[in-house]
Design a protein around this ligand. Structure first.
Ligand SMILES: Cc1cc2nc3c(=O)[nH]c(=O)nc-3n(C[C@H](O)[C@H](O)[C@H](O)COP(=O)(O)OP(=O)(O)OC[C@H]3O[C@@H](n4cnc5c(N)ncnc54)[C@H](O)[C@@H]3O)c2cc1C
Length: 261
């Protein structure tokens, strides 16, 4: 076997640009590769829609890897165990209708199953702004994370999407930018971000699923971003709500896409 170094570089460049070019016009753009964003991406990709996910860090998985206080075991409620089954993640039942799974296996399965289903994931890409026309979100503005970290004067690129999902967790980064720059009135009680409340796992797990959905025209929230937007409690290192929230936002968006076929 013989190949030149330049052929290795060419293979990387060609393949990456094929992936990027096919992500410039999307059905769904997801921001944040935590459990909520990856689950949403898995279910949307499984239906054959054009969906890509942008993650600002080098590694994807968000808050999964560290478990609670770096104990890398995740806890999932009974209601979400079906999603673990679907992903092929093994788990153990505790005495309290809670299930534990290995955080490494959980993160690995989410990444593997979502990309196998057709989700395109771009790590090291920060969503720094949105494409907004007539008060409707029509896409994302992306840039390399190192460019942003170094405050380099590098212009971003734009990705067009029919629907966008803020799954950035506690910081709610995308919706915050939408409010700050475009003054869009949100579908919350006050029209503004309500902010996350103190910890209560039981309430938080229910709240995050109930409040997953559209927050501004064509813009959705899932996972901890939904708690931060709609004023729900944080829930600590329990992940069932994140999975159910990711599945719920996928179902809502898939229905919208089906209606408009
Ligand atoms: C650093 C960190 C600290 C956390 N601390 C706590 C805590 O103290 N208590 C607690 O209850 N939970 C905490 N969590 C979250 C906890 O693990 C959650 O239960 C769960 O991970 C939330 O899932 P999620 O999918 O909503 O978001 P996350 O798992 O938080 O994933 C969000 C992802 O979005 C990415 N992201 C954010 N902004 C952008 C952007 N502009 N462009 C592209 N990508 C972006 C992040 O890098 C991250 O990977 C923390 C998570 C993280 C990442």
């Amino acid at each position: 076997m013989s190949f030149t170094d330049i052929k290795i570089s060419k293979a990387i460049v060609d393949d990456y640009f094929r992936k990027l070019a096919s992500s410039l016009e999307l059905d769904v753009a997801i921001v944040g590769a935590g459990p909520a964003g990856l689950t949403a991406g898995y279910f949307i990709a499984k239906q054959g829609y054009r969906v890509s996910l942008f993650e600002k860090r080098l590694s994807v998985g968000g808050g999964i890897w560290g478990g609670g206080m770096m104990f890398n075991t995740v806890v999932v409620s009974e209601e979400a165990s079906g999603i673990l089954d679907e992903l092929g993640v093994r788990y153990r039942e505790t005495n309290d209708s809670l299930y534990t799974a290995d955080a490494m296996e959980f993160a690995g399965a989410l990444i593997y199953r979502s990309t196998q289903a057709g989700l395109r994931i771009f790590n090291l890409v920060t969503v720094e702004d949105l494409l907004v026309k007539g008060g409707r979100v029509e896409g994302l503005v992306i840039n390399w994370s190192p460019a942003e970290a170094a405050s380099l004067p590098v212009d971003p690129l734009t990705v067009q999407s029919r629907y966008s999902v803020d799954a950035t967790g506690h910081p709610l980064e995308v919706v915050k930018t939408l409010c700050r720059k475009s003054g869009v009135r949100l579908f919350t009680e006050t029209g503004a971000i309500l902010g996350e409340r103190s910890m209560c796992a039981d309430e938080g797990e229910k709240f995050v699923v109930e409040n997953t959905g559209e927050i501004a025209p064509n813009m959705f929230v899932a996972g901890m971003a939904a708690c931060a937007a709609f004023g729900g409690p944080r829930m600590g290192p329990i992940f069932g709500g994140m999975l159910l929230s990711g599945k719920k936002v996928a179902d809502i968006i898939i229905n919208r896409l089906e209606e408009k076929k």
